[in-house]
Design a binder for this molecule. Structure first.
Ligand code: ZN
Length: 252
């Protein structure tokens, strides 16, 4: 395997990483996912799959970036009423992010991009990013604005012609579409069922837990998700994020 066929750091050998750094690879993307319930139709690994896919697309668009292994699990205490969810304390997640950044910095990456793909991880990522940036040479770019991510995802849904919008995104049309587009066999298509559809504050979801709001763990309507919209959602987010990274790198 030549180092040019993949953007996945974990598939490289150490000499290939060394060569990539010497030849101008300066950026590494780290998605921060979860292992948590996503309704009766999507696998626990949903946010990690989305993280893998997004970072791969971002790195390909940038053309000079690698993808570090997506961090899993994340902060999912608000999903613990559903079996299978694995949660870690915010401090543990932040420690892991610090260690990722220090390691990647030591090897010579100049820009470390943190991409949060699970709601509970946004606050820890936003807390730790500026702190770690002060202690390492590398520039740390945190893409962790939950409202921005959800509005880009809804935009991607509309772009594929789906007339539907999700106020808060969890296991509904958007996430079902993403898995249909990337790993269709993981969607239990005979288990698609609507969940809580009305607007709800994300802070209430975090404090009260999902089970008090949605019996099946779903927000929105998974039946509205299509493979085509999964593709436009991923492309819309990856394009916007790659542009942001380019702008932040240029500003250094
Ligand atoms: Zn999710």
């Amino acid at each position: 395997m030549s180092s040019h066929t993949s953007v996945l750091l974990e598939e490289y050998t150490w000499p290939e990483v060394e060569t990539a750094l010497e030849e101008g690879t300066r950026t590494v993307v780290v998605a921060v996912g979860s292992v948590e319930q996503h309704g009766p139709h999507l696998p626990l690994i949903m946010d990690t799959l989305a993280g893998d896919e997004l970072s791969r697309r971002i790195a390909k668009k940038l053309g000079d970036a690698l993808v570090a292994p997506t961090i899993r699990p994340g902060c999912s205490g608000h999903h613990m009423d559903f079996p299978g969810t694995i949660t870690i304390p915010a401090e543990t997640l932040m420690d892991l992010i610090r260690s990722y950044c220090r390691s990647l910095d030591e090897h010579g990456f100049e820009h470390i991009v943190l991409v949060a793909t699970h709601g509970g991880n946004f606050a820890p990522v936003n807390t730790v990013a500026p702190e770690i940036a002060r202690t390492i040479d590398a520039n740390v770019i945190a893409l962790a604005d939950l409202d921005e991510l959800m509005s880009l995802q809804n935009e991607g849904l509309r772009e594929a012609g789906v007339e539907y919008e999700e106020p808060v995104i969890h296991a509904g049309a958007v996430e079902t579409a993403i898995v249909l587009a990337t790993n269709e066999s993981l969607v239990r298509t005979d288990e698609l069922a609507v969940g809580h559809e009305k607007p709800i504050s994300t802070s209430r979801l975090l404090s009260d837990g999902f089970r008090s709001i949605t019996e099946n763990g779903v927000l929105g309507d998974p039946r509205k998700g299509t493979p085509e919209s999964g593709e436009t959602i991923l492309d819309t987010v990856a394009t916007a994020y790659a542009e942001r990274i380019e702008a932040e790198r240029d500003a250094i």
